[in-house]
Design a protein around this ligand. Sequence first.
Ligand SMILES: NC(=O)c1ccc[n+]([C@@H]2O[C@H](COP(=O)([O-])OP(=O)(O)OC[C@H]3O[C@@H](n4cnc5c(N)ncnc54)[C@H](OP(=O)(O)O)[C@@H]3O)[C@@H](O)[C@H]2O)c1
Length: 333
Amino acid sequence: MNYLASEKRYETMTYQRCGRSGLQLPAISLGLWHNFGSEDVFSNAREILLYAFDRGVTHFDLANNYGPVPGSAEETLGRVLKQDWAAYRDELIISTKAGYTMWEGPYGDWGSKKYLVASLNQSLKRMGLDYVDIFYHHRPDPETPMEETMMALDQIVRQGKALYVGLSNYSAADTQKAESILRELGTPCLIHQPRYNLFDRWVEQGLTDVLDKRGIGCIAFSPLAQGLLSNRYLKNIPSDSRMAKAHFLKSSALTEAKRTALVGLNTIAQQRGQSLAQMAISWLLNNPTVTSVLVGASSAQQLGNSINALDNLSFSAEELKRIDNCCDPVVRG
Ligand SMILES: NC(=O)c1ccc[n+]([C@@H]2O[C@H](COP(=O)([O-])OP(=O)(O)OC[C@H]3O[C@@H](n4cnc5c(N)ncnc54)[C@H](OP(=O)(O)O)[C@@H]3O)[C@@H](O)[C@H]2O)c1
């Protein structure tokens, strides 16, 4: 069936400026790490993507290795871009990354110029694109000189293969160093993509200060701790859940401390008239450093629930304190 985007797609989404750049991102973006690979059902993946765009989600985040099989999430997006979104390319912000293992041998991993340039060329082919909007270095490489990695990012922008560049999983100190190198080269660092959620607040120990000072945007990944921060795991492990299916979220992550925290957080969310997932998203957006919350979803219905977090973004001081009290044993480990 031919797809026509909803005429109302820009009516309810909020867009926030990404650091000190010209680019605005939707408060909620969609990631294709899980549920968009060749082993997933294409019709469901397509439904989620089209639903997202109809709700004003203009930013879709990928990486070379997303699947399974690695690379296939980019192919899925490429199919949708071709069959449904050909008329909408200029309304979309597509990002991809390289930094984790992608192919065999010394040139398919980490942070060399050889790897980054070759990987982005492959990603562009899989998605059928001339350029991506944002290209990230996916993780710091302790062995490649940072200058080389940043020069590769700079060159990629100058070649027109990416409009902006970003860093992911870089520490506060490494971000500072990388940003200085990029600035000197003339390619600003647009954005940082760290894991950030109620249970994992490492970014607050220095990274957010660096981002604020340097004018770098922040897109928080795994905002629901891969689905833990939802009502899915309050009682047991549902058979269709990520914890039951995929090896990235192990049942050992569901500790007694976490389950107790989830029950407490769920009560607060209910009192706010939100689902737990919605409250976890609103809590992140309450932090002015956060430009966008990068959610995953296994169905369009789930994504709809997450987007509706935008209906209630304010927290009383008492609610914030109660939330911190619930999370404290988990955050402190
Ligand atoms: N840069 C990096 O190193 C890095 C690492 C990880 C992720 N990321 C990016 O961040 C994106 C999001 O990560 P993530 O998938 O871990 O995010 P997440 O939002 O924390 O988890 C998504 C999972 O939560 C569950 N869920 C989603 N919405 C829900 C709702 N409203 N109610 C109940 N459950 C809900 C679903 O689990 P079920 O499948 O069980 O239904 C869904 O698959 C990725 O796609 C990727 O783009 C980046």
